[in-house]
Design a protein around this ligand. Structure first.
Ligand code: FES
Length: 145
């Protein structure tokens, strides 16, 4: 049911934990399953994501998608990180069962929420970034399949 990559990222999550004094932090949840994800970003003066860590209180797919999302945005510019959609996360994991697609939405949205926090703290506008939702459902965010 789960790909090897999902199992790998679930069993050995990358970048789990938190960043002290992060440039931005974002938390999103899904009221239906009750899972919550928090992403921390450390962004340097050139707008490059130097470090990214996560804490996830959720299902195995939520842990795996958080882990993969941190790997995908690390070392990227803010602009590039915005292109890391839930679809990109899911593809990088070699797919997810349909019932678990919302877990990848949480991961992508948590990154956006952390970027939003960074922008607010610094009084800047990030082109193409919309105000993140605190509660994510399959039918209202992210890319359709
Ligand atoms: Fe809701 Fe995975 S079941 S985040």
């Amino acid at each position: 049911m789960y790909s090897e990559k999902v199992m790998d990222h679930f069993s050995n999550p990358r970048n789990m934990g938190e960043i002290e004094n992060p440039s931005g932090v974002g938390t999103v949840g899904n009221a239906k399953c009750g899972d919550i994800m928090r992403m921390y970003l450390d962004i340097d003066e050139n707008n490059v994501i130097r470090d990214c860590k996560f804490k996830t209180f959720g299902c195995g797919a939520a842990v795996a998608t958080s882990s993969m999302a941190t790997e995908l945005v690390k070392g990227k510019t803010i602009e590039e990180a915005l292109k890391v959609t839930n679809k990109a996360v899911t593809e990088a994991l070699d797919g997810l069962p349909p019932v678990k697609v919302h877990c990848s939405l949480l991961a992508a949205e948590a990154i956006h929420a952390a970027l939003w926090d960074y922008a607010e703290k610094n009084g800047i506008v990030i082109e193409g970034l919309e105000k993140p939702k605190a509660d994510i459902h399959e039918d209202e965010a992210g890319e359709e399949y």
